[in-house]
Ligand binder design. Structure first.
Ligand code: GTP
Length: 600
């Protein structure tokens, strides 16, 4: 059993792409946890999509043994955290399991929005922070400038910042020494009743729910009966152990240690991230602080292109939610698209990842409607309804007011782009709050902005208007009243429910007009004319027409140019894949996403 003074629990935090996964790999290598020849790049990112997109979604915990320069062996528990803003709650739970954090900053990029956000989370969790300037192998590295930014912008002393390269391995030994000497050993009471924090949980097809935990007080062994305090669920401990990075069973997990716990429970929503585990009998009454439910923020309709894929889609959603308690869904029926589901996500990235997994792992062909947020509609009678889909909007006559979710958004940019960010954010109904210089080269702007505007292509626009320099971070602020109306789209005179969306009254005319123009480009010509109209409650605001097809596509091919003919047919076939016949009009997937790309 490792003595408390020889345990260090820490996390690596960073802005996305600053290199924390690569650095973790080097730590596994240097401590001999994984032999170099077995090293698959970014070992900690185990999901396929994570590896492909190079982003960390679920957090992981790996135990490495390190013999420090003082000759003593230390147990280091490295907790990898998700880097993306959709997963902030997971970051803060992972941090609650640590006593220190390594703050990785890219030597060529400097401090960015999530560097600030993650550093704040670490400071709020009272963690010892070790700054590390990464990628110093790159010719464009500017470690001195970045040190200054860390000191000025984050008020973290950076004179002794570790200089490292995850690529070459330089500085990784210095990092491990800094972890041993600067990060405090855990404190806890081995004699007290069990208290352990769940900072991640997932479903394993063979063993049921597995939780990653940090034991704060007491100990946990196979055969113990435990209770999850938020859900009241009881379970028997089937196995405990540590990841190295493969699971390695242990007789017990003791005070201060981090590891995994197999419960045999079949439903991951009973083992929630942030919850406290105690003994079923003689346990504590007070859970560890800070638990809250992960709440979906973005909703979209998912419809199978082929009607017979409804049941497979349902089964796939059931399977995915076993492993992902933040994923919520309910059946939805659309006149235009038939039977499908309304699915709730933490954010846009979460949505993309889930949609991609449904298509890739379950072989489904899906059509997604434009994402929307949860509106609160207060009716004249005094009732409030939560709206997850524009189709559910009650009759305007019965509505007293509508409220929408707002975010506190933080944008970091070089001073030259302040004007560009102002223009974009004001156009998206943002309210300016304040602006600070973090350093002569970095300005932090704070805004309050409706979430519905942020999910409309905001991030891409922000990047393109600032030549890629801007970085963004946001958190939920609250609900505020807005003048919102439902805009309907009609094809051949019939309203298409799946294309309707909710928009601010002042923007309805412009968005309706631009969307009609876009749809005219997107909807292919049919054998007949297709009028497109945008309307609010029967009043038409804009109109366009897709002209009838004039002649067969193959008529253009003269003579016997068979390859050209085949190419054309193939092109047509590929175009068809993502189309759905609505009435007698074929509508492609892009039509639904066009709603998001509308800028006046
Ligand atoms: N030249 C150089 N490239 C690096 C170094 N560290 C990481 N990279 C590259 O930077 C990119 C991002 O690295 P990751 O380790 O995936 O970054 P991350 O911070 O873990 O990203 P998320 O998990 O998505 O937050 C990859 O293309 C790496 O190959 C380094 O020290 N030097």
């Amino acid at each position: 059993m490792t003595d408390l003074s020889h345990i260090r629990n820490f996390s690596i935090i960073a802005h996305i792409d600053h290199g924390k996964s690569t650095l973790s790999d080097r730590i596994l290598e240097l401590t001999g946890t994984v032999a170099k020849r077995d090293m698959q790049e970014q070992l900690l990112d185990s999901m396929d999509i994570e590896r492909e997109r190079g982003i960390t979604i679920k957090s992981q915990a790996v135990r490495v043994m390190y013999t420090a320069d003082d000759g003593q062996e230390y147990q280091l528990n490295l907790i990898d955290t998700p880097g993306h803003v959709d997963f902030t709650y997971e970051v803060s739970r992972s941090l609650a399991a640590c006593d220190g954090a390594v703050l990785v900053v890219d030597a060529t990029q400097g401090v960015e929005a999530q560097t600030v956000a993650n550093a704040m989370l670490a400071m709020n969790a009272d963690l010892e922070i070790i700054p590390l300037i990464n990628k110093i192998d790159l010719p464009a590295a500017e470690p001195e400038r970045v040190k200054q930014e860390i000191e000025d912008g984050l008020a973290i002393p950076a004179d002794d910042a570790v200089l490292a390269s995850g690529k070459t391995g330089e500085g990784v030994h210095d990092l491990l020494e800094a972890v041993v000497y600067n990060i405090p050993a855990p404190v806890g009471d081995a004699e007290a009743p069990l208290r352990a924090l769940i900072f991640d949980s997932y479903f394993d097809a063979y063993r049921g729910v597995v939780a990653l935990i940090r034991v704060v007080d007491g100990a946990l062994a196979k055969g113990d009966r435990i209770r999850m305090m938020a859900t009241g669920t009881e379970a028997l401990v089937e196995e405990v152990g540590a990841r190295r990075p493969a699971e390695c069973a242990l007789p017990s997990l003791n005070t201060g240690e981090v590891g995994y716990l197999v419960t045999g429970l079949k439903d991951v929503s009973l083992v929630k991230v942030g919850d406290t585990i105690t003994s079923a009998t003689g346990g504590v009454d007070e859970p560890l602080p800070g638990y809250r439910e992960a709440k979906p923020m973005v909703f979209t309709g998912l419809f199978p292109i082929e009607g017979d894929q409804y049941e497979p889609l349902k089964e796939a959603l059931e399977k995915l939610s076993l492993n992902d308690p933040a994923l919520v869904w309910e059946p939805e029926t659309s006149h235009a698209l038939g039977f499908g589901f309304r699915v709730g996500f933490l954010g846009l990235l979460h949505m993309e990842v889930v949609k991609e997994r449904l298509e890739r792992e379950f072989g489904l062909d899906l059509l997604a409607t434009a994402p929307s947020v949860e509106y609160h509609v207060y009716l004249k009678g005094g009732d409030m309804v939560s709206l997850h889909s524009p189709q559910e909007m009650p009759d305007p006559g019965s509505i007293e007011r509508v409220e929408e979710p707002y975010l506190k958004a933080k944008v970091l940019i070089p001073p030259d782009y302040v004007g560009a960010v102002m223009d974009l954010t004001v156009a998206r109904r943002g309210t300016f709050v304040t602006m600070n210089y973090l350093s002569p080269t970095t300005v932090e702007m704070l805004w309050e902005i409706p979430l519905s505007e942020l999910i409309m292509d905001f991030f891409d626009k922000l990047k393109s208007n600032t030549k890629g320099y801007a970085s963004l971070d946001y958190e939920f602020l609250g609900y505020k009243p807005s003048s919102l109306v439902k805009l309907d789209i009609l094809l051949s005179g019939k309203p298409i429910d799946a294309l309707s969306f909710i928009v601010h009254k002042d923007k309805a005319y412009d968005r309706g007009r631009v969307l009609c123009d876009k749809l005219k480009e997107i909807i292919p010509r049919q054998m007949f004319e297709v009028p497109i109209q945008a309307a609010i409650g029967g009043r038409v605001l804009a109109r366009q027409t897709v002209k009838a097809k004039r002649k067969d596509v193959l008529a253009k091919c003269y003579g016997g140019d068979i390859t050209r003919k085949r190419k054309l047919l193939e092109k047509q076939k590929a175009g068809k894949k993502r189309m759905k016949a609505i009435g007698n009009v074929e509508v492609p997937q892009e039509a639904f996403m066009a709603i998001l790309k509308v800028d006046e």
